[in-house]
Design a protein around this ligand. Structure first.
Ligand code: G6P
Ligand code: MG
Length: 215
């Protein structure tokens, strides 16, 4: 049975996926890459540098930029992103998530953050939910990002639980693949057919909703 929950952040706890998109969209416009919904969706859950590579790959232009130029673009994106997240408050917690965090705490589940974002600790602080988490996986120490299972494996280790006692909750296809590959129970928010448990929006997530789909 499940004893711990590993949470993604952007698009699950916080309404920040739109800010990542906004900042990347501006970079895409600047380097004249056409921004499409498919491209935007493919970046969800993917690290900063890997996101830039996917943007360039979408028009076969990876080779047009030096490493230094790529680093400058990624830094520019992050500077804009940080201006957007500086204003976050508890009001930006996605609907239903505060109640779900409270429900999990009440029932003594252990929580860990499994976000690829280096900005995650600051966002948790702004949302005032840091205290719910026993651990935060450091994405700077990962050898491979989502969809590789490493981040969700490390999340289980941080809770001292075998992966089959952990549920992972994600809004991205890459993240669901990572959870499944780690051998955890996958909970998807949105249209994610690979998720074992599915909810349309964060508002529907609850222990009862999860149990109902397990039976
Ligand atoms: C999350 C988001 C991605 C983002 C990544 C890195 O996984 O879903 O869109 O690219 O974090 O975030 P960072 O804040 O480190 O650039
Ligand atoms: Mg996400």
């Amino acid at each position: 049975d499940i004893k711990g929950f590993a949470f993604d952040l952007d698009g699950v706890i916080a309404d920040t996926a739109k800010f990542h998109s906004q900042a990347w969209h501006n970079i895409a416009d600047q380097i004249k890459v056409t921004w499409t919904p498919t491209l935007a969706a493919s970046l969800k859950g993917v690290s900063r540098m890997d996101s830039l590579e996917l943007i360039l790959e979408s028009v076969n232009r990876q080779a047009d930029f030096s490493l230094a130029e790529k680093q400058a673009l990624a830094e520019q994106k992050n500077n804009e992103y940080q201006l957007l997240i500086a204003k976050l408050t508890p009001n930006d917690i996605l609907p239903g998530i505060q109640a779900f965090l409270d429900e999990l705490r009440q029932h003594d589940y252990r929580l860990v953050l499994a976000s690829a974002s280096k900005n995650a600790p600051g966002i948790l602080e702004n949302l005032k939910v840091t205290e719910y988490f026993a651990a935060i996986v450091d994405p700077g120490l990962l050898k491979a990002g989502k969809p590789d299972p490493e981040i969700f494996e490390k999340a289980a280790q941080a809770l001292h639980l075998p992966t089959n006692h952990v549920a992972g909750i994600e809004d991205s296809a890459a993240g669901i693949q990572s959870i499944n590959a780690a051998g955890e129970l996958s909970i998807g928010i949105g249209d994610l057919p690979e998720a074992q448990i599915q909810f349309d929006t964060t508002n529907e997530v609850s222990l009862a909703g999860i149990r109902a789909q397990l039976d």
